[in-house]
Design a protein around this ligand. Structure first.
Ligand SMILES: [Zn+2]
Length: 101
């Protein structure tokens, strides 16, 4: 990730107006005030609160695994656990109706 230092100088968190830390490992900007984490796409910081995610409390340094805990705008939303494709009982398939002659 290559960000213009001049750009970083003028960038502030839109939520709390604090300065931002650069996370080069994850291509993110982390607010030093409120802790919101802003993504950087194509070397362009996305300074939108709606696009930002909030680091979970007590997070060790850089664990992006559970980002979709309560953030709806993740883009990697897994289907809910209610969908169970293997739950259909046996014997109700269409193959049986063709075999009954
Ligand atoms: Zn902030």
């Amino acid at each position: 990730m290559k960000l213009d230092p001049v750009l970083l100088e003028i960038l502030v968190c839109p939520a709390c107006k604090s300065s931002l830390d650069v996370d080069n490992d994850n291509d993110e900007l982390i607010c030093t005030g409120c802790g919101l984490i802003y993504p950087v796409r194509d070397d362009i910081p996305v300074m939108l609160v709606d696009e930002a995610r909030r680091a979970s409390a007590g997070e060790p340094s850089g664990a992006p695994e559970d980002a979709a805990a309560d953030g709806p705008s993740g883009g990697v939303d897994a289907p809910p656990d209610g969908v169970d494709r293997d739950g259909s009982p046996e014997g109700t398939g269409d193959v049986d109706s063709e075999r009954t002659s």
